[in-house]
Each structure stands twice: as structure tokens, then as C-alpha cells.
Design a protein around this ligand. Structure first.
Ligand SMILES: [Zn+2]
Length: 590
């Protein structure tokens, strides 16, 4: 019988210590393997024998596993105490060493991408579980330039796009925001300001947003100019030089999602904006106002202060997994049994939560900062969901275990849904039920609709900038985008014209944001299918998870009978949200 207590994790399954004999041996072994790998370089020819080729790939995987183990230890030790100077220094050393190893082994992927199609197909046909990993690398072949051109782009990027990213960070990270709270003036970071965006006092919510966009707005013309330049650079490189059809297509290929699937996804999102508009009208009624201001979007509604002690939380989470499939709770239990969970709140420990999968043969490590609130329980279900996903895919290679970005949140979000369903079924206190449902719909809004409309704005902005649009014209388009999103359900003030210059993602990783909407809607749609089909759905779902990253996402889903090209599939996700809003509307008034 396991006893569930809040403890720190044990890292000895990786290494005893950063300077122990096992670590020294691992480093020596890594060096030996990298040297042996380098010695095989001359064998990489189009005529290479399949057996030799696979041996080389296995050598590379072995290097990767060992490197991940060392890096995993360093980064987990640091996460457990970010103020520990030994951990800090060790992590920096390991990062440096890993970059060196990456450079020494890079020749393999360069050769592989260059290889002519017939030879590549011969080798891929014989490479089993490595096939998709090998195939995926080659997707970029038609968009890859000559070695000289690639080198020039790299060199010019360091003083071009990368320099602008750093400049944007440097400018926006030094912003200080002022808030007057209870007559006292405070100087806050943006993260601290967002706490006030969720405050129960409406005037503090308004003050927080007004101050954020006052500060961003002061630099608006400059930040906007940085954006215009980055967008032009993106088009010049991705569309003009690399011959992608559209600016967004370059990102779609990284995600391995076809352009038309992303188009369908965004169309369905746009069509379903009225669901959240209905939700915001309901929220206005509960807050006793005629119409919600944009400042009130994340206003808390009832605020029950229900707490769950750690043991109860673990039992609830495991029980909800068990209810779906006993195997899932068994896998989650392994994380506890092996002491791979750090749930304590400690000074210096990294905030938030994550799940780290190091190599397929090791049970993942989970970090939580558990404080007993309902959303802490949901986070536990989320991170253990990630662990389950990895464990179900642990028969794959180190290169094919991890699900790609749009699929990476499947088991975690599904785990949360199972928990919330279970809690809603057991909970009799209407206030707690209301809070849980509001939390769910708030999260769905922030992950799906908000991100989808960012992506729609990006698509439009890339087009407008190509046509020579000014920063003011972009701001006007952004306000228009908000109006389409909210209709008349929300009052939008002029301050929000600068919101777009405050979104780092659209600067740093163009078109990244739609992956959030993809992942969350995918899970809601799957959950919907589960509700409709019951038992027969379960094996299909477990297959999706067990595939890990060993196939293209569209293929994994097609094998489970899901057609992501079909708008109805995505609509299924919105139907779940619509029903949650129905449930909220049916609850008795506060
Ligand atoms: Zn996650």
C-alpha cells in the first residue's frame, strides 16, 4: 500500500549526484560513443547497406538516451532548487557540453536530408520504428536551400530576426507597471499585474488592463515596427526563398498538419464565437452588470474556497483514471511508487507544474506545487496524464516516443476532463460545481477561442503588411478582430488596440498559437466521442496515446477513425463547451 504524502522527488534513478562516479562514467561513455559515431561518417553513402545504416541510427539513439539522462538530471536538480548555485553551474555546463555533442553529430541529419529520394526510401522501408522520425526530417528537403545559402541565412539571422527578438524581449521585460491598491502605489511585473485581471474588485481589474496597455501603447509604434519587420523577414525567407505557399504553411509543416486542416479548424472556431458570447452574457448576469467589459473577462464568479488535502486529491485523481481504464491508474501509480513526484511547496523550487519524460525506459518525473485548491487537483490530473501518455508509448524509440506539439496535450487535458466529470458527479455544493464549470469554460476560452483569433489576426496582419499597412492600420484591424470575436457581448475600450504588440508568441514563433486550439478541441471532440460511445471508444483512445510520436498526427487520428479534415469533428469539441454553458445556465442563481 502506498502512502501519499507531499514530498520531494528522488533522482537516483538517473544519478546519485552531479559529481559522483556514476556521472563521471556516463560522461566518459558519452564521449566514447560520440567518437565512435563520428568514425562512421565515411560510411554514409547512397549505397550504404541497410544493416550498417540501422546500426548508425541506433548509435545515434544511444547517444541521445545518454545525453538526455545527463541533461535530465541537471535540469530536474535545478528545478527542485533554482537558487542552488551548484545546480545552476552544473546545468550551464551540461547545456554547453550538449551543444558541442549536437554539433559533432549534426552531419548525420544533414546527409540524410540531402539524400536522393530512391535511396532514402530503400532505407526507410527497413527502419521500423525509426521510419517516421526519418521521414519527418526529410519533409523540409523541398524547402532547404544550398549549404552556402543556409549558412548565410544563419549568419544574417543572428543580427537580423534573432536580434529583433532579443530587442523585443529587452524592451518589454523592463516594463514596470504601477497599480494603486488600497491607497498604496505598487510597482509590478506583468505576471503580477495579471493577478489583478482576475481580482474580484472590478475597479482593480480595469486599472490593471489600462496600465498594461498604457505602458505597451507608449512604445506601440516601435513595437509595431519591430513586428512589421519580422513579418517581412518571415515572408522573404519562407515564401520567397523557401517556396512555401503561404506564411502559415512553414509552421504547418513543422507541426506536420496539412494547410487545409488548419484552415478548417480556424473556420470552425470563427463560426462558434457565439458560444462564448453566450457565456460572457451569462457571466455579466451573475456579476450583476448589464454588459461585461473586456476588463471583466476573467472575473471570478462565486469564489468558494474548497480545499482538498493531498491524499484525498491523489485518490480522486487515480480513481477517475481507474474509472476510465484500470491500466491508466496503474501507470500513474508508478510515478508515486518510484518517488518521481515533487509536490511540496518550497522556497527556490520552480513554480508551476510539468512532467519530464527523459527516456522511454524511465518513468517520467512530475513537478507540482500542490496547495489544495481545486485547480491544483486538476493540475495533478493534467501532469499525470502526460506521464501516462509517455508510459503508454514507452515501446517506441527515444526519437518516436514523444507526441508532436498538436497532440502533446491529449492525455493531459483528457485526464483533467475525467477528473472534473468525476468531481461534478460527486459534488453536491452548487457553488463548488459552479466554480469548477466556470473554470473549465474560462480555460477553454483562453486556450481555444483567444488563440484561434490571434492566429486569424496573424494571417491577416501578414497579408496587410505585405500590402504596406501602417502600425495604426494593424491596430484598427486588431480591434476589428476583437469585435468579430466578442460581438456585442463585451464592451471593448480603445486601450485594447495595443494588445497585439503585447503577445510575445506572434513575434517569436509566428503561427504557433493555433496548436493550442488544435490540441484542446481535439481532446474535447474525443471526450464527446467517449460520452457517445462508451466502452468501444476506449481501445481507440489508448491506441492514439500508444502511438506517441511514431506517426504523423493526421495518420494516428485517421487510424482511430477520426478525420481532422472534417469540420464536424471540430464542431464536436464546441458542442461540449456549449453543453457546459447550458449546465451553467441551468444552475440556480447565486
Ligand atoms: Zn500540459
Amino acid at each position: 500500500m502506498l502512502s501519499y504524502q507531499q514530498t520531494r522527488w528522488k533522482l537516483s534513478d538517473l544519478f546519485e549526484a552531479h559529481d559522483g562516479p556514476d556521472m563521471q562514467a556516463a560522461n566518459a561513455e558519452l564521449e566514447r560513443q560520440v567518437t565512435a559515431f563520428e568514425a562512421r561518417r565515411a560510411q554514409l553513402t547512397p549505397e550504404i547497406d541497410v544493416v550498417d545504416f540501422l546500426e548508425i541510427v541506433r548509435q545515434l539513439e544511444s547517444i541521445d538516451r545518454l545525453a538526455q539522462r545527463i541533461y535530465g538530471f541537471a535540469s530536474l536538480k535545478f528545478a527542485a532548487d533554482t537558487q542552488d548555485q551548484v545546480a545552476q553551474t552544473f546545468l550551464a555546463q551540461v547545456q554547453q557540453a550538449m551543444a558541442g555533442i549536437e554539433n559533432r553529430t549534426l552531419f548525420f541529419s544533414l546527409w540524410w536530408k540531402e539524400l536522393e529520394q530512391a535511396a532514402a526510401e530503400r532505407l526507410m522501408a527497413a527502419s521500423g520504428d525509426y521510419r517516421y522520425w526519418l521521414e519527418e526530417m526529410r519533409h523540409f528537403k523541398p524547402h532547404t536551400l544550398s549549404e552556402v545559402e543556409e549558412k548565410i541565412i544563419n549568419i544574417k539571422d543572428t543580427t537580423g530576426a534573432s536580434a529583433l527578438h532579443n530587442l523585443y524581449d529587452a524592451i518589454t521585460n523592463r516594463y514596470i507597471f504601477k497599480m494603486t491598491v488600497d491607497g498604496e502605489e505598487k510597482e509590478l511585473t506583468r505576471g503580477e499585474m495579471m493577478v489583478y485581471a482576475r481580482h474580484h474588485d472590478p475597479s482593480l481589474r480595469a486599472q490593471a488592463y489600462q496600465e498594461i496597455y498604457r505602458v505597451y501603447g507608449q512604445d506601440g509604434p516601435i513595437l509595431g515596427q519591430i513586428y512589421q519587420t519580422l513579418v517581412r523577414d518571415w515572408r522573404n525567407e519562407q515564401v520567397e526563398l523557401r517556396k512555401f505557399g503561404y506564411p502559415i504553411s512553414a509552421r504547418n509543416l513543422v507541426n506536420d498538419i496539412p494547410d487545409e486542416v488548419v484552415d478548417t479548424l480556424l473556420q470552425v472556431c470563427q463560426r462558434n464565437a457565439p458560444i462564448f458570447q453566450r457565456y460572457f452574457r451569462l457571466k455579466a448576469r451573475l456579476l450583476g452588470v448589464e454588459r461585461l467589459r473586456r476588463y471583466d473577462l476573467y472575473a471570478p464568479v462565486s469564489g468558494s474556497d474548497k480545499k482538498y488535502d493531498f491524499k484525498t486529491a491523489v485518490e480522486m485523481v487515480l480513481d477517475s483514471f481507474y474509472h476510465f481504464a484500470p491500466r491508466l491508474s496503474e501507470l500513474a501509480r508508478r510515478v508515486f511508487a518510484q518517488n518521481h513526484l515533487d509536490s511540496e511547496v518550497r522556497k527556490g523550487k520552480r513554480g508551476g507544474a510539468f512532467c519530464a519524460t527523459i527516456t522511454p525506459d524511465l518513468t517520467p518525473w512530475v513537478l507540482l506545487n500542490y496547495q489544495g485548491r481545486p485547480d491544483d487537483v486538476a493540475t495533478m490530473a493534467h501532469e499525470l496524464g502526460h506521464a501516462i501518455h509517455s508510459l503508454l508509448a514507452d515501446h517506441h524509440s527515444a526519437f518516436t516516443q514523444h507526441a508532436c506539439l498538436p497532440m502533446a496535450e491529449t492525455a493531459s487535458t483528457f485526464g483533467e476532463m475525467m477528473l472534473v466529470d468525476r468531481l461534478l458527479a460527486d459534488e453536491t455544493d452548487e457553488n463548488v460545481r459552479r466554480d469548477m464549470l466556470f473554470q473549465q469554460v474560462d480555460d477553454s476560452y483562453a486556450t481555444i477561442m483567444r488563440q484561434a483569433f490571434f492566429a486569424l489576426f496573424e494571417r491577416q496582419a501578414h497579408e496587410m503588411i505585405q500590402q504596406g499597412a501602417s502600425v495604426d492600420e494593424l491596430s484598427a484591424a486588431y480591434l476589428q478582430n476583437l469585435e468579430t470575436q466578442f460581438g456585442d457581448s463585451i464592451e471593448i475600450t480603445d486601450d485594447f488596440r495595443w494588445e497585439w504588440v503585447s503577445i510575445p508568441h506572434i513575434y517569436q514563433v509566428p503561427f504557433y498559437v493555433y496548436a493550442y486550439a488544435f490540441g484542446q478541441l481535439l481532446v474535447l471532440s474525443l471526450y464527446q466521442q467517449y460520452k457517445e460511445e462508451g466502452e468501444s471508444f476506449k481501445p481507440r483512445y489508448l491506441e492514439i496515446l500508444a502511438a506517441g510520436g511514431s506517426e504523423a498526427p493526421v495518420k494516428i487520428l485517421a487510424d482511430a477513425g477520426i478525420d481532422v479534415h472534417n469540420a464536424d469533428f471540430w464542431q464536436g469539441g464546441f458542442n461540449v463547451i456549449s453543453r457546459m454553458v447550458d449546465q451553467l445556465e441551468a444552475l440556480p442563481p447565486l
